[in-house]
Design a protein around this ligand. Structure first.
Ligand code: NAI
Ligand code: MG
Length: 502
C-alpha cells in the first residue's frame, strides 16, 4: 500500500486495523461472506495510484442471495414488525456510532477518494450522521390522510407502506454521504436494502456495514454488495426481486437503469444524474464575495460534483474584474494530496477520469477556447497521482462540448452576457437542470432568476449549500425524484388507499 501521508505521519490505529484485517467481503444477511466465485477487485488511492486493498466482487448469484435475504427480512423478520419509533432508535444509534468513528471514517474516505482530510472530517462525516438523525425523526411520523369522498357512507383513508427491497447505487464523489442520502430515508420508511458503493470508493460503505451490525439492525435489512457497474450494479437494476432502484451517477448509466427497470419488473426508479449548472454574477453583486463563491462552486471536490457551477455567466460591466479575481483565486488554491497540511483540492478520482477531463481541455483548445489559467496535470511529487490545476477558460461558442457537457473536473467555462433575455436563454440551453447560482443585491432580480431558470435547486448569494431537510434533485436530463427533506419519503413509500363501507 503506498500512502500519501506527510513525512512522519501515520494512519490511525483503527484505520490500519480495518485495512489489514483481510480482503473485504460482502455483507449478506448479517454476515460477511466471500463472493461465490471468489472474485475480487482492487481499490486505489488516487493520490498515488497505488492499490489500497482487494475487495469482493459481487456477481449475479451474490446479488440474488442478497435479494433473497432482503426479501425475507422485509416480509418475515423482526424488522417487518418493528414500529417506526424502533427504526428511528436504530438510526439514531447508527448516527452515534458514525460520530464515534468519524476520525477513522474520514481517513478511509480521504485514502479512497482523495479529498482533503479536513473536508472529509468537517463536511462529509457530520452531514452523514446528520442525515441518519434527520430521518430517524421521520420514522415514527409516516402519516396517511383521511380522504373526504363524494360517495355516501364510505370512510376512506391512506397508509404509507414501504416499497420493499430497494437497490441503492452510489457514486464515488461523496461515497459515505451518498450512502446516507439513500439509506437513511429507505430504512426510516421500513424498506430493506442492497447498497452498492462505487467500485472506486468501497471502503467507507464497508466500514458503515460493520457499524450497522454493531447498531443492531436485524440480519438482511442492509446488504452491501461491492463491485463494478457491470456485473454488480446491472444485476441489481435487472433483478425481478428488487422493487426500487435509487441511483446517483452519470446520465448514461441512468438511462441503462431505467431500461433495465422497463425490461424487468417495472421497478420504481429515482435518478440523480449529471449537471452543467449556470452560476450568474450580476454587476450589482458583492463582486468579491461572488468571485470567492464562484471559485468554490467550480473547484471544490476538484469539480467532481454534480452541482459544480461549471458555466459562469458574468455581466459585461464586471467581466474583466471577475475573470481577474477568479484567476487569482484559482492560482491560490493548493492542489495536493488529501493528507497534506496545505490543501484545498485533492486529486481526480482515477486515471480514466483524468484522461476524460484532459480530453475536454484539449478539445476546447483545438476549438478556440482561451485557457486563462490552469489546464495542466501536476508533476513533481504529485506525478503519480491524478492532480490537475484549477482551470478557467473563456469562450464565445456555447455549442462546444467543453461548454455544454458535464466534465466532472476543476474546469469552469466563463462567459460575458449583456441582457436578461440573453442570460436566461443561454443558461437554460442545456439538457441538464440540476442547480443554478445567482449573485446580486437586487432581491427582485434574484427571485426572477430563480423563477426563470430550469433547475432543481437555486442558490442566491451562495453556492452548494445542502441540508437533510432541504429537497434536492434535477429537472430535464438531470433526473427525477427528490432526495432529502420530506420529499424523499415519497421515494421510499407508496400510498395505499383503504375504503371502509359504513
Ligand atoms: P457511473 O454512472 O458509471 O457510476 C456511478 C455508479 O453507477 C457506480 O456505483 C457504478 O458502479 C454504477 N454503475 C455503472 N454502470 C452501471 C450499470 N450498467 N448498471 C448499474 N449501475 C452501474 O459514473 P462514472 O463512470 O464513475 O463517472 C462518469 C461520469 O458520470 C462523470 O464524469 C460524471 O460526469 C458523472 N457522474 C455524476 C455523478 C453525480 O453526482 N451526479 C457522480 C459520479 C459520476
Ligand atoms: Mg479508491
Amino acid at each position: 500500500m503506498t500512502l500519501p501521508l506527510p513525512k512522519g505521519a501515520e494512519l490511525r490505529q483503527d484505520t490500519s486495523a480495518f485495512l489489514s484485517n483481510g480482503p473485504k467481503k460482502l455483507l449478506i444477511n448479517g454476515e460477511w461472506m466471500e463472493p461465490l466465485d471468489g472474485e475480487t477487485f482492487p481499490t486505489y488511492n488516487p493520490a498515488t495510484g497505488g492499490e489500497i486493498v482487494q475487495v469482493a466482487l459481487a456477481g449475479e448469484e451474490d446479488v440474488s442471495q442478497a435479494v433473497h435475504a432482503a426479501r425475507a427480512a422485509f416480509e418475515h423478520g423482526p424488522w417487518s414488525k418493528m414500529s417506526g419509533e424502533g427504526r428511528g432508535r436504530l438510526l439514531n444509534k447508527l448516527a452515534d456510532l458514525i460520530d464515534e468513528h468519524a476520525d477513522e471514517l474520514a481517513e478511509l474516505e480521504t485514502l479512497d477518494n482523495g479529498k482533503p482530510l479536513r473536508v472529509s472530517r468537517r463536511g462529509d462525516l457530520p452531514y452523514t450522521s446528520l442525515h441518519f438523525r434527520y430521518y430517524a425523526g421521520w420514522a415514527g411520523k409516516l402519516e396517511g390522510t383521511t380522504v373526504p369522498v363524494s360517495a355516501p357512507n364510505q370512510f376512506v383513508y391512506t397508509l404509507r407502506d414501504p416499497v420493499g427491497v430497494v437497490g441503492l447505487i452510489i457514486p464515488w464523489n461523496f461515497p459515505l454521504l451518498m450512502c446516507a442520502w439513500k439509506l437513511a430515508p429507505a430504512l426510516a420508511c421500513g424498506n430493506t436494502a442492497l447498497l452498492k458503493p462505487a467500485e472506486e470508493t468501497p471502503l467507507t460503505a464497508l466500514r458503515l456495514g460493520e457499524l450497522i451490525l454493531e447498531a443492531g439492525f436485524p440480519e438482511g435489512v442492509v446488504n452491501i454488495l461491492t463491485g463494478p457497474g457491470e456485473p454488480t450494479g446491472a444485476a441489481i437494476a435487472a433483478h425481478m426481486g428488487v422493487d426500487k432502484v435509487a441511483f446517483t451517477g452519470s446520465t448514461a448509466v441512468g438511462r441503462k437503469i431505467l431500461q433495465a427497470a422497463a425490461d424487468s419488473n417495472l421497478k420504481k426508479v429515482s435518478l440523480e444524474l449529471g449537471g452543467k449548472s449556470p452560476n450568474v454574477i450580476f454587476a450589482d453583486a458583492d463582486v468579491s464575495r461572488a468571485i470567492k463563491g464562484a471559485t468554490w462552486a467550480a473547484f471544490s471536490t476538484a469539480g467532481q460534483e454534480c452541482v459544480a457551477g461549471s458555466r459562469l455567466f458574468i455581466e459585461k460591466p464586471v467581466y474583466d474584474q471577475v475573470i481577474e479575481g477568479l484567476v487569482e483565486q484559482a492560482k491560490r488554491m493548493q492542489v495536493n494530496h488529501g493528507f497534506a497540511e496545505k490543501v484545498h483540492i485533492g486529486p481526480i478520482i482515477s486515471k480514466l477520469q483524468l484522461d476524460r477531463v484532459m480530453g475536454y481541455i484539449e478539445d476546447g483548445k483545438a476549438n478556440g477556447v482561451e485557457i486563462v489559467t490552469g489546464g495542466e496535470r501536476l508533476g513533481g511529487e504529485l506525478a503519480e497521482g491524478y492532480f490537475l490545476e484549477p482551470t478557467v477558460f473563456t469562450h464565445k461558442e456555447d455549442s462546444l462540448s467543453i461548454v455544454k457537457e458535464e466534465i466532472f473536473g476543476p474546469v469552469v467555462a466563463a462567459t460575458p452576457f449583456e441582457s436578461w433575455e440573453e442570460l436566461v436563454s443561454r443558461a437554460n440551453q442545456s439538457r441538464y437542470g440540476l442547480a443554478a447560482g445567482v449573485w446580486t443585491k437586487d432581491v427582485s432580480k434574484a427571485h426572477r432568476f430563480a423563477r426563470d431558470v430550469q433547475a432543481g435547486t437555486v442558490w442566491v448569494n451562495g453556492y452548494g449549500m445542502f441540508d437533510p431537510a432541504a429537497p434536492f434533485g434535477g429537472v430535464k436530463e438531470s433526473g427525477f425524484g427528490r432526495e432529502m427533506g420530506k420529499d424523499a419519503l415519497d421515494l421510499y413509500t407508496q400510498v395505499k388507499t383503504v375504503w371502509v363501507g359504513l
